[in-house]
Design a protein around this ligand. Sequence first.
Ligand code: ADP
Ligand code: MG
Length: 767
Amino acid sequence: MSAAPTPGEAWGEGPADRLHEPLATVLGARTAGPLAKLGLRTTGDLLRHYPRRYGEPGRMTDMSELAVGEHVTVVARVATATVRQMRSRGGAMLQAVVTDGTHRLALTFFAKRPGVLRVHEDRLRPGRTGFFTGIVSEYRGERQLTHPDYLLVGVDADDESSALAEAGRPVPIYPASASAPTWRVERAVRTVLGPLTPADVPDPVPDDVLLARGLVGLHQAFLDVHEPADAAQAERGRDRLRYEEAFVLQAALARRRSQVAHLEAVPRPLRGPGDGASILADFDAALPFSLTEGQRAVNEELARELALPRPMQRLLQGEVGSGKTVVALRAMLQVVDAGGQAALLAPTEVLAAQHARTLAALLGDLAEHGLLGGREHGTRVALLTGSQSTAARRKNLLDAASGAAGIVVGTHALLGDTVQFADLGLVVVDEQHRFGVEQRDALRAKAERVPHLLVMTATPIPRTVAMTVFGDLETSTLREVPAGRAGITTHVVPADNAAWMARTWSRVREEVDAGRRAYVVCPRITPDDPSGAPSRPQQEDDVPDLLDGLTALDEEAGDDARAPLRAVLEVVDALRAEPALAGVRTGVLHGQMTPADKESAMAAFTAGDLDVLVSTTVIEVGVDVPSATVMVILDADRFGISQLHQLRGRVGRGSDPGLCLLVSRAAPGSPAGERLATLAATTDGFELAAADLEMRSEGDVLGAAQSGRSSSLRLLRVVKDADVIAVAREDAARVVAADPGLDGAPALREAIAERLDGEREEFLDRT
Ligand code: ADP
Ligand code: MG
């Protein structure tokens, strides 16, 4: 192993600083350069760069069977070792030959200057025996190891058996690059880790917690994962580091909860019968349906929390079509009745406009305050989107600022500095997973006292994911869908079966003839759209989806042979030419349209001026057109389970039965075919979410989902490590409760701050 340069005393400002030392200072610019390209800039970065896996240790390879490309360790005697200047490439080279008496193996080292190589030359004295480890390559017909690791008997190890033990260590394999191959990373790690002591490595996990959970300290954990003597030691280190990730995350969330709990909110109690006119009471009286049990229960919960002087922090999970909007509206009206305002945030302009229309329709003349025919104690609904005319926008801004609008609906444009509220009492975020912590905070900052917060999601979230992503929120769940829904039937249609395809379009025709409407969903907008990944609508008003990993399908790479994916603009032409659909009015909706065009397409479809809407997944969340009964999803195998479930939730919302046809080229029994079959078999979103996670065996839900956190979650897998998360959550809550400022745990405080910084950077990158 190469000699470790001893770090100088220049950084000696305090033990914590050791982890922040730039690698360029510790290792020199030449070694640090390629590491920086891996994103590793400080000692701490490098130590947190864990091996991806470990090479099989301890198996001595017979020198007669050295296969090119294999990672081997051989015992051999040095025959020759010479440093040469290389004329052609510049730089120097050390060539050595080792032998077991019969077979030869060349060892090659390169360097800019011969000086570095002299060290090896001096060590590799002919006659010495050593263990040589590396990957076998071939050069001019001879087997060789380039930059092998080696241990010399009598030099690095006292005798052959201790050398054997040393050589028998698992070989860490690091995430690496061409300029920083794994063996270079390994050396760099050893160089920086070697001189560190436990005091140099402040541990975010308090000692008593380590003790209680039987975990090793951070310094030991670094040794365990980077230089394990055996597999069990590596695992011990990984366990501890995995726990730490969960613990820091949960401590961050616990602190957040405790900080918010100490904030003051304006209580917005429900108006009693004796309190005079109530918009909510009038609204309930006019509601054309009765609430489900679940809706009632959640509304009671919300009513209670809104009446408290602490900000409500609640996540409402609901099955698709379970009627979350009404629940939210009733909470909003409670706040308006109490003299405050409510803001409703939607992820897209299409949804915001739809919400404004729905609320206005549900409220009727209660939403026409100040207008002729409006109720004197009514309110107004203002819509604020980026695409409005200046005049409309100005009027709505004024209504929000004066308080004339009790309810303000918009996209994240509502977060803009120009939007003022008279008295914002409640923020409702629809389809929450597109809004991160940052956005929640930005909106909260809009009121003098913290407004109550209700976030809603139709993506069922497994408990541990909820604990991790939304760990600062309490959760309510709506499982039931209102009675009287005819429900939805799902079939898989093989795309290459002409008869089935013809039947598909004639089914659409039948529905249209009966006065109903259809969606046709495609994975792409134009035929030459290279993205082909149907993961998310590309909308200018879209913000990143924190749960993408749950809903979007991993790319099934390398499938060039498959037929091109269907595209909105091509399909709409094909459908207009389809005899079975002659006379059917067909429109398009996709993310490349202007917001105004999107809105008018949606309005035309809602009003019945269009029969068939050909679209991308823009319609995935929340769009509510009860008379739409059929959905045809083309290339359905390209979508993830949760996403398909969301999509089909757009039909069967009224009293007519819904039909979802999943058109696919996927072979039955293939993973994609299995997904579609599962979907056809059940409509329970929670069951599907579980199936979805199971099928993603890797379970790397947060990998893509929360790339903001991917920098801090390296080993933790949110689904697989549910137990670790639950335990860490308990521990973290206890630590934070005992010491809310974490004054006694500076390393933990710092780890949390670094995490948040990472998230913030990530957030800025994505917006
Ligand atoms: P989601 O929970 O998916 O957001 P919505 O709030 O869009 O669902 O509600 C779906 C449809 O069900 C809407 O048309 C809504 O008016 C209707 N709805 C809501 N609650 C009830 C109920 N209790 N009975 C009948 N229909 C309801
Ligand atoms: Mg909804």
